[in-house]
Design a protein around this ligand. Structure first.
Ligand code: NAD
Ligand code: WQD
Length: 350
């Protein structure tokens, strides 16, 4: 197969940077774009270093997806075989406070991307959706056929973009679109050189645990220990970010299938892990004690969410390889080497 050239939006972000690296190592040519709203240029520099000789197949442009002229220029200079679309805002709480920001950034950014892609005849897309579209699932594992709902404006942007994708494909069957519903991405590249570096107070479990381990926060607040789960704490499907990145390469391969239209796949491990089990695994991997503060349930949280992985295994020929031990090992390797993230400085992180 001839070398493919892929545009990655949000390529400096957590999942984007790991995916760009896996693409380069897999022989793809990659152009990444990002506005650094929630990321750092250092991530791009480190991806280039990790890619070694493959870095010659990589270029980066700083732009906001809503800047149609800038995006158009990128498409005018390069012919893309497909786009992987990560760029978006993702903080649930912030989306409740600033819904218009989320609708503007996530929806308008995606619509402009669609318009520019269509204008340049590139109609192959992989989109970052989320398990959040299952809302509060009545049962587990979540299959792709489950009813969809959104619990907050962030989730609504994912649901709306999924609907936009289905409508775009119904209107023009030249479009081939794969919607990937990620469960809970954690961990970091095994080199410890790239990883997740959230701005401000982390919203998600593992970035918070990691900041407690390096002494940036005194204790982890456990949101709820009265769920109907083995130890009372919430259960999720944590997936290693490198497995997730590889899932995108499987999706790109699937886009070659002439029968593909607009198709959706869960990317998870199919295994549920509680908050306390995850903390224990991290303590084992890091040798650090994580002090806990028990608190009430976080509003909006579901008790148990994990994926059915059958469809992705069957149709994408992809399966997660890593377990929570490896996720925690790599998360700790990244955290211990970069306790203050990419900035490296206590003063520029909070
Ligand atoms: P991230 O914030 O690290 O990466 C997103 C990147 O997009 C950032 O680098 C940000 O600067 C960039 N960006 C945002 N708006 C942009 C715009 N208008 N123009 C250009 N760049 C823009 O987040 P992530 O964890 O890597 O998530 C990537 C995608 O996966 C997001 O769409 C997110 O909603 C989705 N997702 C993430 C998770 C998760 O838990 N991390 C779970 C499910 C789905
Ligand atoms: C996991 C578990 C918490 C933090 C969120 C988004 C979802 C998706 C993934 C993007 C829960 C508990 C957490 C803490 C805790 N993102 N927890 N103390 O809620 O499954 O999903 O990220 O699409 O849309 O909602 O992930 O990591 O926030 O929480 O006890 O400080 O950890 O209650 O049981 P969640 P999470």
């Amino acid at each position: 197969m001839p070398t493919q050239t892929i545009l990655v939006t949000g390529g400096a972000g957590y999942i984007g940077s790991h995916t760009v690296l896996q693409l380069l190592l897999g022989g793809y040519h990659v152009v990444a774009v990002d506005n650094f709203d929630n990321s750092s240029e250092t991530a791009i520099l480190r991806v280039k270093e990790l890619a070694g000789e493959f870095a010659k197949n990589f270029s980066f442009s700083m732009l906001d997806l809503r800047d149609k002229c800038a995006l158009d220029k990128i498409f005018s200079t390069t012919r893309f075989d497909a786009v992987i679309h990560f760029a978006g805002l993702k903080a649930v709480g912030e989306s409740v406070e600033k819904p218009l920001l989320y609708f503007d950034n996530n929806l308008i950014g995606t619509i402009i991307l669609f318009e520019v892609m269509a204008a340049h005849g590139c109609k192959n897309l992989v989109f970052s959706s989320s398990a959040t579209v299952y809302g509060w699932p009545k049962e587990v594992p979540c299959t792709e056929e489950f009813p969809l709902s959104a619990a907050n404006p962030y989730g609504r942007t994912k649901l709306m973009i999924e609907e936009i994708c289905r409508d775009v494909h119904s209107a023009d069957s030249d479009w081939k679109i794969i919607l990937l519903r990620y469960f809970n991405p954690v961990g970091a590249h095994p080199s410890g050189y790239i990883g997740e570096d959230p701005r401000g107070i982390p919203n998600n479990l593992m970035p918070f645990v990691q900041q407690v381990a390096v002494g940036r926060r005194p204790a982890l607040t456990v949101y709820g220990n009265d769920y109907k789960t083995s130890d009372g704490t919430g259960v999720r499907d944590y997936i290693h970010v490198v497995d997730l990145a590889d899932g995108h390469i499987a999706a790109l391969r699937k886009l070659q299938d002439p029968k593909i239209g607009c198709e959706v796949y869960n990317l998870g491990t199919g295994k549920g892990t509680s908050v306390l089990e995850m903390v224990k695994a991290f303590e084992q991997a890091s040798g650090k004690k994580i002090p806990l503060a028990m608190a009430g349930r976080r509003p909006g949280d579901a008790a148990i969410v994990y994926a059915s992985t059958d469809k992705a295994e069957r149709e994408l020929n992809w399966k997660a390889k890593y377990g929570i031990g490896e996720m925690c090992r790599d998360q700790w390797n990244w955290a211990s080497k970069n306790p203050y993230g990419y900035s490296g400085s206590k003063d520029s992180s909070n």
